[in-house]
Design a protein around this ligand. Structure first.
Ligand code: CP3
Length: 360
């Protein structure tokens, strides 16, 4: 039996962020941002002028630099390592590239059982560059802020492998899921083998928390999620927890899926911005921590409106232990960086979670 994560809290960096992931009381609500290092930030674009996205991911010095620069510029409580969801595809035998304006393109998408059979699962060591970048970030921040490693969830990665890129209706993915359930399960099982090792490498390198991105889980009905996705995802969550870190599990458009996502056993659920945080968390019986969930496009508003929305979310969280302030999806290009910095101040000025007083 793995030791429950909550018993390990004293042996991992006792940052505000990690404590909140474990639903322990904190002096104030921790805050960080999905896609905090990205194209909205001048310093990132400066690095991007000289290097491709993949180059930045694969060079630990560059990946660490953009991770550190973003976290320092925003003065947040956690840094997510700069990498990409799709990196593990390569070591499984699927080549891909990022085409300008098109997003990711996988050259030979999976469409049949034979190509799933051919995927490698024993080459996760090729992803060691992510761990090396994490080591550099940890060496820089020490225990000052939480360090987040991440990977994709089995469904979201499978959807990229099958569709060959982004998708609107996930027809090829669902066709494989419905018509070749054996091959589908094999694919998810193979992904879990690779992702578990990739996550373990990141933890060994010093990641305090691991976030699993199931960005496109909202494309699934509740019965399909439960039958075809939950079992493999639960296995991955448990196996990451077994290496000794809390797990954040995030998806978009997940209001109806949250109770099932909770069954993965994740320590924290990341809520998308459409989901009212108060109701969602109550419906989960406060049985896990909650991360979120400002609409990222609010960051284009005037500061006073942004402040009102930030405080509204903090009101909804009601000072309960286990709220991590974040957006409900990633920062988009064009976002004014000073508005992101302002959010950090608005979270801080709200003050310590006075749970009883605010809950009334
Ligand atoms: O601070 C950070 O969060 C940056 C690290 C990070 C990146 N990708 C770098 C990146 C993280 C956490 C990701 C995760 C990721 N990658 C997700 C899950 C998060 C989510 O948004 O739900 C997904 C779906 C991907 C796959 C992916 N990568 C897509 C669909 C795209 C193209 C879309 C776009 O914004 O252009 C990427 C490219 C990408 N990955 C960028 C960054 C900063 C932007 C492109 C660039 O710099 O050229």
């Amino acid at each position: 039996m793995p030791t429950p994560v909550s018993d390990l809290s004293s042996s991992i960096s006792a940052s505000r962020f990690v404590r909140a992931c474990l639903r322990q009381p904190v002096d104030r609500t921790p805050v960080w941002f999905l896609r905090q290092a990205g194209r909205y930030m001048r310093e990132y674009m400066e690095v991007r002028r000289h290097h491709s996205l993949i180059e930045i991911c694969k060079r630990p010095d560059l990946a660490a630099e953009v991770t550190i620069t973003a976290a320092e510029k925003l003065d947040v409580d956690a840094a997510i390592i700069f990498a990409d969801l799709l990196l593990p595809l390569e070591c499984m035998g699927l080549d891909f590239e990022f085409q300008a304006g098109e997003g990711p393109v996988i050259h030979r998408p999976l469409r049949d059982a034979a190509s799933i059979e051919a995927l490698s699962t024993n080459r996760a060591s090729e992803l060691a560059y992510v761990g090396e970048a994490i080591q550099k970030v940890v060496a820089h921040f020490k225990d000052r802020i939480g360090i987040i490693g991440f990977c994709g969830a089995p469904f979201t990665l499978a959807s990229y492998m099958i569709e060959g890129g982004g998708s609107r209706n996930y027809i090829e993915t669902k066709k494989l899921m419905y018509r070749q359930p054996g091959a589908w399960r094999k694919l998810l099982d193979k992904l879990v083998v690779v992702l578990r090792e990739f996550a373990a490498q990141q933890v060994a390198a010093g990641a305090d928390v691991l976030q699993i991105f199931d960005s496109w889980a909202g494309a699934l009905s509740v019965p399909d999620y439960r039958e075809f996705v939950l079992p493999a995802t639960r296995t991955l969550v448990r196996e990451v927890q077994a290496v000794g870190v809390p797990v954040i599990y995030f998806g978009v458009d997940t209001a109806s899926l949250l109770p099932s996502m909770r069954e993965t056993g994740a320590d924290v659920l990341g809520l998308d911005w459409r989901t009212p945080l108060d109701r969602a968390w109550r419906d989960l019986d406060y049985a896990c921590a909650a991360q979120g969930n400002l609409d990222p496009i609010t960051l284009f508003a005037d500061p006073e409106l942004i402040r009102a929305r930030v405080h509204h979310i903090l009101d909804q969280a009601g000072g309960r232990p286990g709220h991590i302030f974040n957006l409900g999806h990633g920062i988009v290009p064009g976002t004014p960086v000073e508005n992101v910095q302002a959010v950090v101040q608005f979270v801080r000025e709200y003050g310590p979670p006075l749970a009883e007083a605010r809950r009334g």
